[in-house]
Design a protein around this ligand. Structure first.
Ligand SMILES: Cc1ncc(COP(=O)(O)O)c(C=O)c1O
Length: 400
């Protein structure tokens, strides 16, 4: 039996009494992935990216482990919800225009002490001030810098369009605006190199592309290390009490952590290890999150149809955003149909061994988005379900 076939047998046994659709987390794989992130961070704390988990109990589990500290959240409403639930260090990694949320933040000392918000523009400070409605608590602020690699005199740009601030002088200027302004505390700097941390550099069957990605990423890392250190120096000169410098993501943990200017790294996807995180030379994780759809009919030889499964991931639309049929090994989509809203035909010889009611196991392309489709995650150890945890959705929370 191959290791994958053995996993299938375990997952089928563990969930034999449960009907699909359902989602599971293989706890041993999840914990092994968490250990690997900590090992790669080499002593610097790992801040867990909540959008890549979207399950409060799993965030708590990770934060209970040595080597993890703090949450990186994705909306202000989520950040306040987590802080109210007792999470003490929540860095909101994206700017917000949630006026009601800012009003709540600025009038509650517990929330204001726990949550740090992201800023890359004075207009965002203005919005917070207009929203605070008399709330006098100091709002903790983190500045975000642009990490993109700029080539050919700025004509080619590699990297996500996030912060407009690139140079030490630009970041220092915004830092001065924050420290001069009553009601704000500058506590952090963040620089997320998504073009290094979130782009696979060893894509199966694409050797030329993979080589080009590796060359690009090596150049990007070199350029960013120098600029990040200069920016941190310039911002610390304005705000010597800066508490943290956050960088990186699952694909770049060891490289980002190696920069002296960085005090902590962020990572989340490396816990579930979805399909898009298979193609990296920097690490090999274990697929820890799967979902099952039931076989509901058999249209002919070499084909079965499962219920649902059309859960594409966000990002530029393409085949790489689709979930992949994972177990049993050897099933593929009908190219004319793909994974469907309600029905998904699957082709391949393993189809002939599947009966009505059997489970087909899939991996999502991305990590946390899976939890927008399921209300709970079955925690599997060996061939037993040891617990069932609500996802954010299961707690009635959909933040985006
Ligand atoms: C600011 C920031 N840091 C880190 C990450 C890395 O998260 P992950 O490890 O889940 O890829 C992301 C993901 O998009 C991000 O936006």
């Amino acid at each position: 039996m191959t290791p994958r076939a053995a996993d299938r047998a375990r997952y089928d046994r563990a969930t034999a009494a449960l009907d699909a659709p359902l989602a599971l987390v293989d706890l041993e794989a999840f914990d092994a992935n968490a250990d690997d992130l900590v090992r790669r961070a080499a002593g610097k704390p790992v801040r867990v990216a909540s959008k890549s988990v979207r399950c409060r109990a799993l965030l708590e589990r990770v934060l209970g482990r040595e080597g993890f500290a703090g949450v990186m959240s994705f909306t202000l409403a989520e950040s306040l919800w987590l802080a109210r639930a007792g999470f003490e260090d929540v860095l909101l990694a994206y700017p917000s225009a949630d006026r009601a949320g800012f009003a709540e933040l600025a009038r509650d000392p517990k929330l204001a002490a726990a949550v740090t918000v992201m800023v890359d523009d004075v207009a965002q400070l203005d919005l917070i001030d207009a929203a605070r409605a008399g709330g006098a608590e100091a709002v903790r602020v983190c500045l975000e810098m642009d990490t993109a690699l700029s080539l050919l005199g700025g004509r080619v740009r590699v990297g996500a369009r996030r912060s407009p601030l690139r140079s030490p002088a630009q970041l220092a200027e915004l830092a001065r605006s924050v420290v001069r302004r009553p009601g704000f505390r500058l506590v952090g700097l963040m620089a997320y190199e998504g073009h290094v941390a979130g782009v696979g550099d060893a894509v199966a069957g694409r050797p030329l592309r993979s080589r080009a990605v590796r060359a690009m990423q090596a150049a990007a890392r070199r350029e960013l290390a120098g600029r990040r250190a200069a920016v941190v120096g310039a911002v610390r000169a304005v705000a010597p009490e800066l508490e943290f410098v956050n960088g990186g993501g699952t694909g770049s943990v060891q490289h980002t952590a190696a920069e002296a200017a960085v005090t902590e790294v962020a990572a989340g996807s490396g816990l579930f290890v979805p399909r898009l995180f298979d193609d990296y030379t920097s690490f090999t994780g274990r697929p820890a999150a799967l979902f099952a759809q039931p076989v509901v009919r058999r249209p002919g030889v070499g084909v079965v149809t499962v219920l649902g499964g059309g859960y594409p991931a966000s990002g530029a639309a393409g085949r790489d955003r689709l979930p992949v049929p994972y177990l049993p090994e050897g099933l593929r989509y009908d190219p004319r149909e793909g994974p469907g809203e309600v029905q998904t035909p699957l082709l391949g010889s393993p189809a002939d061994d599947l009966r009505i009611g059997d489970k087909v196991w899939f991996r999502h392309a991305k990590a946390g988005e899976l939890c927008e489709r399921f209300e709970s995650l079955c925690l599997v150890v060996g061939d037993r379900v040891v617990d069932t945890l609500p996802t954010y959705r299961g707690e009635g929370r959909t933040f985006l």
